[in-house]
Design a protein around this ligand. Structure first.
Ligand code: FAD
Length: 815
């Protein structure tokens, strides 16, 4: 084959010829992009892809991540027919085994989640597991799970097949060509410099695997990943091992096993990983391998010998130690960089790049072609990170923990421990001294609950009621019956100001934000499909100045989205998150408490629900906003950071007579679910519109044009296919739901729980979840059908409702 002429322009330049780069190239070409060029510094697959084990496990924690792998599976099966290049696809199924009762409970939960996600999965008796995997020891096991659609492939062959398919559709691939610079103009990527020459391009795509952080830095883009060593061994032939053997995973022993040429390939995810390349990846690391490290591998080998006694005498033919890149939260990184327009990233695949490669390549190609993702990709969206994540010391420590997460128990409320504390609110030390147990979100340390008296703040993981249950219950009740103070400093806060601020916000927001100064408005930011990009509160501080308050996790995403759309307007966005602490004072005694510290009138006439005013609290002047996320009378105080300690002290002191106490995020979660308040990333995502989410009140179609309006008008013309409902368990004594559980209606799968908690005021599980309606009217007859939530195999009867179970009329917060 003659090699193509090296171009000086292209529509898209893809950097990296691993499975991901080739998949993006293949899918861009399939979507009709003709002028696509892929540059690989070595040869195709020479980075991490060539030495992957090739497991394709389909079920993921998030439905859309499962869909990506399901699509990969479909694609890999058919690529040979399309391209003539085999992929080694073999649908062998996989078996997971449990050594502990907790893992058995997890399997039951997985089986329920799999039904909700449409993945074939069943608990099987150990005898059947032994029959399917005869060389496995089972007498010490407690349970097994069977996923018949899981498969294995040859990663290098899959990649070559994708590359061939891409070439067949016009993609030009150049090996031995390294990208050394990214060109940019006016905040957008415009091309690359490579060792063969410059290429001008409309779009540059960073698929450089573990090198993606360096390539990102060439462009000033944060790609937070770090390499870690990942190892497996391959044995010679073993009797009883044959190509149809399923993939075996023994997560309590940290190992996975796959048949390979009549022998076994055994690798795993040890609890403490070994970061690699702290000073950067060596030059020319092409088809590179790292030295054998039997000390690091020992924990996997010991566990494998327990599960597979046949390994004792097996010949070890290969010790494979290759680096792979891991990210701060064990999810990969996709999307257009918030720092640089037209510069896209797909990297950091945390050891699931082969399984996810087909789907991720298609999803990114669609994102590029459409200018936005076509489905909710928030778990892997590059905008879940921020600039501060590009810190090697942080990343190195974090990846030591992250690799092991694959097989660690995914406990409800599991928190990462490494590289903490990172971001601390001005109240951190005060709250720590009162035994706050902190969780971490977007780097912020946030109080989850407070251990009373001298009790140590500790989180004991369990599927049932965890140790903090009574403490969060007390905080919940105090919020409903007296008053609590909560540190919500991690909220992201933006000032949008300028001559066009109102016009611009009217264009972005589905609600009407052209309100008088001193008013706040809850609104969605929608995309052209009419589905959620975000939800936030807009507070008008002046004719040309608005304060936007949004969720902790959305800081980068929302700032990026708003800035992109501000282009044509005379208005700017400034991130003021670090300038203000936020202290929520919530509960029926909130007015009494605040009245002790301010002369400002707080009655309904002077300070109605939804208003925002500057008031004095002790010596400090703060912005008080009368809104609530817990459904009670209360104010959120926006306090310039340096005053926060003083304001908090004054509140706690004056609050003594009203029974004030601290409240943490676990209490806030149960409080908000009793009120049916939706959360971004759970109930509100780019997969749902406001009608499906039951937030019609926050849409004003008649205010004039706004992004998503046309789509909403069209959606209004036909009945919704699904609807978010509130659920309450009919009985007090049920297992605990945590989200992800299957919802059944009249015994048939109907949806998935998005959020759940124990509602201490309603006395039972409270949950939200989307349910397929098939266009039915949501009347009492439909809602009074038999609803159940499958919690680890137990079907818990629940009542469904369009209204929240607690204070449905909203009288309390307007008291
Ligand atoms: C031991 C091991 C076992 C694994 N097993 C599995 C498994 O069973 N299932 C699974 O799904 N995943 C598995 N993985 C993970 C999987 O291999 C990776 O997630 C996947 O290969 C990542 O693909 P990629 O294209 O992002 O990266 P890579 O394959 O590393 O491709 C990136 C490419 O970019 C090139 N590049 C970098 N910088 C430049 C530049 N400046 N200019 C031009 N080119 C550049 C590199 O040379 C490289 O070829 C495993 C990984 C390891 C290490």
């Amino acid at each position: 084959m003659t090699s193509p002429v090296f171009p000086d322009t292209a529509r898209a330049v893809i950097i990296g010829g691993g499975v991901i780069g080739c998949s993006v190239a293949y899918h861009l070409a399939k979507l009709g992009w003709r002028d696509v060029v892929l540059l690989e510094q070595g040869r195709l697959t020479c980075g991490t892809t060539w030495h992957a084990a090739g497991l394709v496990g389909q079920l993921r924690a998030h439905q859309n991540m499962t869909r990506l792998v399901q699509y990969s599976a479909q694609l890999y099966q058919n690529l040979e027919t399309e391209t003539g290049q085999a992929t080694g696809w073999k649908q062998c199924g996989s078996i997971l085994v449990a050594r502990t009762p907790e893992r058995v409970t997890l399997f039951k939960r997985i089986a329920s989640a799999a039904r909700a996600q449409g993945v074939a999965c069943e608990i099987i008796p150990l005898a059947e597991a032994a029959r399917r995997y005869p060389v496995m020891r089972t007498d010490d096991l407690l349970g097994a799970l069977w996923l018949p659609d899981d498969a294995k492939v040859n990663p290098a062959d899959v990649t070559q097949a994708l590359a061939k398919g891409a070439r067949m559709n016009g993609v030009r691939i150049f090996e031995q060509t390294r990208v050394t610079a990214i060109h940019q103009k006016a905040g957008a990527a415009t091309g690359v410099t490579s060792t063969r020459g410059d290429i001008k391009a409309e779009v540059v795509i960073n698929c450089a695997g573990q090198w993606a952080k360096q390539v990102g830095r060439l462009a000033g883009v944060t790609v937070p990943l770090h390499s870690a060593e990942h190892m497996y061994i391959v044995t010679g032939r073993i009797e009883g091992v044959h190509p149809d053997l399923p993939v075996l995973r023994d997560p309590d022993g940290y190992i996975y096993v796959k048949e390979e040429v009549g022998g076994l390939l055994m690798g795993g995810f040890e609890p403490v990983a070994k970061p690699w390349a702290m000073d950067g990846i060596p030059e020319n690391f092409e088809f590179g391998m790292l030295p054998d490290d039997w000390d690091q591998f020992q924990i996997l080998m010991e566990n494998a010998l327990v599960r597979l006694p046949c390994l004792e005498k097996a010949e070890i033919k290969t010790f494979m130690n290759g680096p792979e890149s891991f990210t701060p939260d064990n999810n990969f990184i996709m999307g257009e960089a918030p720092e640089l327009k037209n510069f896209y990233v797909a990297a950091g695949f945390n050891s699931i790049g082969i399984a996810s490669g087909g789907g991720a390549g298609r999803a990114l190609a669609e994102w590029i072609v459409n200018g936005e993702p076509t489905l909710d990709l928030w778990p892997v969206d590059i905008r879940r990170f921020a600039r501060f994540y590009d810190n090697n010391a942080f990343l190195k420590e974090r990846v030591s923990e992250v690799l092991g997460l694959h097989y660690m128990m995914p406990w409800p409320n599991r928190e990462l421990q490494s590289a903490r504390p990172l971001r601390r609110s001005p109240l951190y030390d005060r709250l720590a001294a009162q035994h706050s147990l902190f969780g971490s979100k977007m780097g912020w340390e946030r109080p989850n609950f407070f251990a009373p008296g001298k009790e140590e703040a500790r989180l004991d993981y369990a599927w049932g009621r965890q140790n903090w249950f009574p403490h969060a219950a007390a905080e919940h009740k105090a919020t409903r019956e007296a008053v609590t103070v909560a540190d919500l400093t991690s909220f992201a806060k933006f000032l949008v100001q300028g001559r066009d601020a109102e016009v611009a916000l009217q264009r972005f927001c589905a609600n009407d934000v052209a309100v008088p100064v001193g008013q706040t408005v809850y609104t969605g930011l929608l995309n052209a499909r009419g589905t959620y990009e975000s939800d936030l509160t807009v507070a008008r501080l002046a004719a040309d100045r608005f304060l936007l308050v949004t969720g902790t996790a959305q800081a980068t995403r929302d700032a990026d989205w708003i800035r992109r759309h501000l282009g044509e307007f005379s208005a700017t966005l400034t991130d003021v998150t670090s300038s203000y602490a936020v202290i929520a004072v919530m509960g029926p005694r909130a007015r009494d408490l605040l009245s002790h510290l301010t002369k400002a009138p707080l009655d309904n006439a002077a300070f109605a629900f939804g208003a925002i005013r500057e008031i004095g609290i002790g010596y400090a002047t703060v912005l008080a906003s009368r809104r609530t996320y817990v459904g009670e009378l209360g104010w959120e105080l926006y306090v310039p950071s340096e005053y926060a300690g003083g304001v908090y002290d004054a509140l706690m002191q004056a609050g003594e007579e009203f029974g004030v106490r601290n409240a943490g995020y676990y209490a806030i979660e149960s409080l908000r679910l009793e009120k049916g308040y939706r959360a971004w990333g759970r109930e509100l995502t780019p997969d749902y519109n406001p009608y499906e989410a039951g937030l019609t009140f926050a849409v004003k179609l008649d205010k004039g044009d706004f992004i998503g309006r046309d789509a909403l008008i069209a959606a209004n013309e036909k009945p919704s296919a699904r609807r978010l409902l509130s659920f309450v368990a009919a009985s007090l004594d049920t297992p605990i739901a945590h989200g992800g559980e299957l919802i059944l209606r009249n015994g048939e799968p109907a949806g998935e729980v998005t959020s759940a908690a124990y509602g201490h005021s309603v006395g039972g599980i409270v949950a939200l979840g989307y349910v397929a309606t098939n266009g039915a009217r949501m009347d009492d007859a439909w809602l009074s059908a038999r609803f159940e939530i499958d919690i680890a195999g137990e079907r818990v009867p629940v009542r469904a409702s369009l209204k929240p179970p607690y204070d449905p009329a909203g009288a309390k917060m307007k008291a």
